[in-house]
Design a protein around this ligand. Structure first.
Ligand SMILES: Nc1ncnc2c1ncn2[C@@H]1O[C@H](COP(=O)(O)OP(=O)(O)OP(=O)(O)O)[C@@H](O)[C@H]1O
Length: 353
């Protein structure tokens, strides 16, 4: 049975319309929602939690219609970005708050606290107040509170955005481990594509109040269904060349180049379109054939294990991701070739061909 089903949901704010949203999240799934600021990600979580009433459509939880169901009856926990811990309560009181609220027995509270402390390693902070905790500790307490409630699903809204990079990476691994060991449904919102791609079983990409693509991270990265997703996912973003598909159906022509690419049958000869190529799919070559292009290197950014080469290709700035540490522009070839198995073609409406 699906943990969460959203069907045709629309919510109109005065200046923003969310939806229509259709989303199915499976029991035990780690589901990521990714999108730029103001895409509507938090609003989707609020719909699930019951903090937001929709104008149209339906939300079901565990197969039951949740319309009109009170927040407390939905049995869903949420970890907010600001964590929303009670400042006057200790770590222990914060974690056990939902259990105390619903009148759980002292024995149950003790058992749940023990279980949560074991997985989150929070024993040493149970007596501290939030003001005495580090960012990572507060984070653990907020998660502990969500886990202690033993809810149907946990919604996490940018839960680690405020932490430093190293701690974020640690927490990411910990979150995934927790979710797996509890086999609990997690819905994880982030505007950090690397984070959401690394942690999620499936990802929904939201833009302007709509979900534009849902898929496993590999699919969203390798088969973005429109140019907007292609540009949002991947860093540096995909290089896009606008041009047209030649009349003979064999070439893509643009200002930067006209080259024979094995265009799929679905492309319409003579139509305008866009060719996309990810920075890591452009390679150095000595070959001077029709599939190679001359570049003029404008700058290089050595980033440790790889180097970003900023180059002009037929007048267009093109990002190339080269393996290894390149420190001088002269150490990179002045010709490149595209991996033709990894081209992305988009039609005049910016949809994937
Ligand atoms: N209660 C509200 N009343 C009116 N407009 C709202 C309300 N809540 C959200 N909005 C608007 O809806 C849009 C989406 O907001 P939402 O917080 O869902 O997006 P988000 O993707 O989570 O953004 P962010 O990443 O910046 O947190 C925004 O333009 C916001 O101003």
């Amino acid at each position: 049975m699906n943990a969460i089903e959203i069907r045709g949901v629309v919510k109109a704010y005065p200046k923003f319309t969310l939806g229509p949203i259709d989303l199915t999240i499976g029991q035990g799934e780690f589901f990521g929602i990714f999108g730029p600021p103001s895409a509507g990600k938090t609003s989707v979580l609020k719909l699930i939690l019951g903090l937001l009433n929709h104008d149209k459509g339906s939300v079901s939880l565990g197969g039951a219609d949740a319309s009109g169901m009170e927040v407390a009856d939905r049995n869903i926990a949420m970890v907010f970005q600001n964590l929303a811990l009670f400042p006057h309560m200790s770590g222990r009181e914060n974690i056990t708050f939902p259990l105390t609220e619903r009148g759980a027995s002292q024995a149950e509270i003790a058992a749940r606290l023990k279980a949560v402390s074991e997985v989150l390693h929070v024993d040493h902070i149970l007596r501290k107040n939030p003001a005495q905790m580090s960012g990572g500790e507060r984070q653990r307490v907020a998660l502990g509170r969500a886990l202690a409630a033993d809810s149907r699903a946990i919604l996490l809204d940018e839960p680690i955005a405020a932490l430093d990079t190293r701690l974020r990476e640690e927490m990411r691994i910990e979150l995934k481990r927790l979710q797996r060991s509890n086999n609990q449904t997690f819905v994880y919102v982030s505007h950090d594509e690397e984070e959401v791609m690394a942690i999620s079983d499936r990802v929904a990409v939201m833009i302007g109040g709509r979900i534009v693509q849902v898929g496993v991270p590999d699919d969203v990265y390798n088969r973005p269904n429109c140019m907007a997703v292609a540009q949002l996912i991947g860093s540096p973003p995909m290089n896009l060349f606008s041009g047209r598909f030649s009349d003979d159906g064999w070439h893509f022509e643009c200002d930067a180049f006209a080259a024979p690419f094995p265009l799929p049958e679905r492309t319409r000869p003579g139509e305008v379109g866009t060719l996309g190529i990810r920075p890591e799919d452009i390679h150095q070559t000595e070959d001077r054939g029709a599939l190679s292009h001359e570049i003029g290197i404008s700058s290089i950014e050595p980033l440790g294990g790889y180097t970003i080469v900023n180059a002009m290709l037929g007048g267009q700035l093109t990002k190339i991701r080269a393996a290894g540490q390149i420190v001088r522009a002269d150490d990179h070839a002045k010709r490149v070739t595209f991996d033709t198995r990894r081209l992305h073609l988009f039609d005049a409406e910016a949809n994937r061909i």
